[in-house]
Ligand binder design. Structure first.
Ligand SMILES: Cc1cc2nc3c(=O)[nH]c(=O)nc-3n(C[C@H](O)[C@H](O)[C@H](O)COP(=O)(O)OP(=O)(O)OC[C@H]3O[C@@H](n4cnc5c(N)ncnc54)[C@H](O)[C@@H]3O)c2cc1C
Length: 433
């Protein structure tokens, strides 16, 4: 929708057709956990553009409940399926923006109204309806990434006995061990029951319960959410000459073109580049998707704008614990930089004497040879961890700890200590050079 809107802004006379297999467009998927928790009361609050507004205000030819099942790049044709049947549609330019889908194929189970994944607004409605009608008491979330973290809060916040089942001892590899430990401690404080090192092999419905079979034991829940990661939704490109890359995401150049210069790809279905290593990466996050849609729209209209890549910056929260990361983890940094090192420290998020602050935990990944920061992870008060963006800007601009130390960042007691945690990270990092 970002790309289609951009095209209509630049070339009002062009026909921009959007094929969507569901019934919603332009919704804030990122807000779904907060709607399930009850913090965001109405589902409609998550919708940015209604289908009516897309058609009447943006003049987009919107085809809802219409699935694209095949792309023929050489014929410049797609095959679409809706209630009227299957037919071919011609295009001059094509943008593939099919997003991602939850990974579930490592667990054996049959479809059940008690087994959920969370991807779309319809999934959100199904979960809420189930909770409303069945009044469940006990549930499990399988996974260890940020969606699992957010959904544990949502279910616990709704008063359910909530369990986490995760195959590793630590949470997802994107979190450094220290940050993972802080999150797990916070989970226990909030009453989540943790089953770690537990590999789920199968789910079975029995007498209105789901039996979760793991490598250790069988457990029983009223319902289960599988949140074990996502994969690019590129099934429709299988057996086509359109090139796929990391995890089968669509390979694109800096202008978001595939190996056909009139076919573009953007968002969760598209590969990108890690800005630090320069290597291809798969990073399904919303800021990348939105920027890529915007840029693909410009380029389809004849522009030449580049999307350079990402640092995998992300932020979330578990109750009042903010969690944020950017750049490389130590494990990845060590693959590329012989001088990679990690250090940790804790500091106040506001001046020590000013009410309302808390402890901000920082983990910094540094290249001792160049003095450049390669990664940062923060956990602490919600308003404190947004500092991750300063680290992201510094890493993006390849700044060394000496450069960062000299940055003229703001200070006042209600906002930070006089040595802001970012400046403190640089000051401590200088000792490693
Ligand atoms: C629960 C949850 C929380 C999240 N929270 C965050 C967050 O806090 N921060 C963050 O950065 N990211 C977050 N994300 C990720 C973010 O939502 C995605 O990165 C973003 O939505 C990707 O946008 P997209 O347009 O590429 O894909 P999507 O938003 O998935 O859109 C793709 C669309 O294509 C349609 N489609 C797929 N295949 C076909 C086909 N063959 N024919 C027709 N239509 C098709 C789909 O129905 C879908 O509507 C979250 C995701 C989830 C699920």
């Amino acid at each position: 929708m970002s790309a289609a809107s951009q095209v209509k802004r630049q070339k009002a006379e062009w026909e921009a057709v959007v094929f969507e297999k569901g019934e919603y467009i332009s919704y804030a998927g990122c807000g779904m956990p907060y709607h399930i928790e009850g913090i965001v009361p109405h589902l409609e609050d998550l919708i940015e553009i209604t289908p009516e507004a897309a058609v009447t205000e943006r003049k987009i030819d919107l085809r809802l409940n219409c699935t694209v099942i095949r792309v023929d790049p050489d014929k410049k044709e797609i095959l679409v399926k809706d209630s009227a049947g299957t037919r071919a549609e011609k295009f001059d330019f094509l943008l593939i923006a099919t997003g991602a889908s939850p990974i579930t194929d490592h667990i054996t189970f049959e479809k059940s109204k008690r087994i959920f994944t969370l991807k779309s607004l319809s999934d959100t409605t199904k979960i809420l309806q189930f909770i409303e009608e069945e009044k469940p008491k006990k549930c499990a979330v399988i996974g260890g990434g940020y969606i699992a973290v957010e959904m544990l809060e949502a279910f616990q916040g709704r008063g359910l006995e909530t369990h986490l089942i995760h195959r590793r001892y630590d949470l997802a590899r994107t979190f450094e061990k220290e940050i993972s430990t802080l999150i797990k401690n916070k989970m226990e404080q909030e009453g989540i029951i943790l089953h770690l090192n537990s590999q789920v092999t199968a789910l079975e419905e029995k007498k209105k319960k789901i039996i979760v079979r793991t490598n250790h034991e069988d457990m029983e829940y009223d319902f289960v959410l599988i949140a074990t990661g996502v994969k690019p939704e590129t099934e429709l490109l299988k057996d086509t000459p359109i090139q796929l890359g990391v995890k089968n995401a669509v390979k694109v150049n800096r202008y978001l073109q595939t190996n056909y210069d009139y076919i573009y790809a953007a968002g969760d279905c598209a590969e990108t580049v890690n800005l630090i290593t320069g290597k291809p990466a798969y990073v399904p996050l919303a800021p990348k998707a939105n920027k890529e849609g915007f840029i693909a729209g410009i380029n389809i209209c004849g522009g030449k704008e580049e999307f350079p890549g990402v640092l995998e910056t992300s932020i979330t929260k578990f109750f009042d614990l903010g969690i944020a990361r950017t750049g490389l983890t130590l494990d990845t940094a060590e693959e590329h930089y012989p001088g990679a090192a990690k250090f940790t420290f804790s500091s106040r998020s506001k001046a020590r004497y000013y009410p309302g602050g808390g402890t901000l935990h920082s983990v910094i990944i540094l290249d001792k040879a160049s003095g450049k920061i390669l990664g940062a992870q923060l956990a602490g008060p919600l308003d404190g961890v947004k500092r991750i963006d300063v680290f992201a800007a510094a890493i993006h601009n390849k700044m060394s700890v000496n450069d960062i130390f000299k940055l003229d960042l703001s200070y006042s007691p209600p906002f930070s200590p006089v040595f802001d945690p970012v400046i403190l990270a640089a000051r401590l990092g200088r000792k490693y050079l």
